[in-house]
Design a protein around this ligand. Structure first.
Ligand SMILES: [Zn+2]
Length: 220
């Protein structure tokens, strides 16, 4: 019976969390004070990837685990604001004032069977929230241009990039060349480790000859 109660209470906590994940203060998923204290990410593994927070920090890791697996979808809004700021800072050198080009916001997709199991794609939630911060209409949410066509085995953290890349071979495909061609693509994912997933995504999109592909993650 306890097991069942625990299960329901953890489900409820995930859906209606009462306390800050880091300091346990009531009334917020992650308080501003704790978020400000999260250490910044070390340099990302590949130059086109930009991350905000250091994944080795336990509260960051714990938060992202809940966001990905425990239905704590509310974190999308919390982290989208930080990612939005990071993207704007990175793009500021590239933004052409006279251009009305919209940047394509592309979440790293899950395979449809995994999406069914998990019920949501955390990267898609993030990209959607980032689009909401974009009051000037610079971004276009484009979740359908990249597809995960092959189900891959979960990647172990210890695996090298070469092993991860082999596992991801042929996993992604660009499903709308016309929409991607000549555009700047902003790939969104929650975490990057070796960069293999983002690199495989970039390669698939590159076949449609975009202008540029950049990637942003919450943590590395
Ligand atoms: Zn807190």
């Amino acid at each position: 019976m306890n097991l069942i109660l625990n299960f329901f209470s953890s489900v409820l906590d995930a859906i209606f969390p009462q306390k800050c994940v880091a300091c346990k203060k009531d009334g917020t998923l992650l308080c501003e004070q704790c978020l400000c204290g999260f250490p910044v990410a070390p340099p990302a593994p590949l130059p086109f990837i930009h991350s905000v927070f250091d994944y080795q920090h336990s509260p960051t890791k714990n938060t992202l685990w809940r966001f990905k697996y425990k239905n704590a979808r509310g974190f999308a809004k919390v982290f989208a604001e930080r990612l939005y700021e990071e993207i704007i800072a990175e793009l500021s050198d590239n933004i052409d004032a006279g251009s009305d080009e919209k940047y394509l916001l592309v979440p790293v997709p899950l395979h449809k069977s995994r999406l069914r199991e998990r019920g949501y794609n955390q990267s898609s939630l993030l990209a959607k929230e980032i689009a909401k911060y974009d009051r000037s209409g610079m971004f276009e949410f484009a979740p359908d241009v990249l597809k995960r066509v092959r189900k891959t085995k979960p990647q172990a953290r210890a695996e090298k990039r070469s092993a991860r890349q082999a596992n991801l071979h042929g996993a992604f495909t660009c499903s709308d060349y016309a929409r991607v061609h000549g555009r700047t693509i902003i790939l969104i994912d929650d975490i990057t480790t070796t960069g293999a997933t983002l690199l495989a995504s970039k390669k698939a999109l590159s076949l449609a000859r975009p202008r540029k592909v950049l990637a942003f993650t919450i943590a590395h």
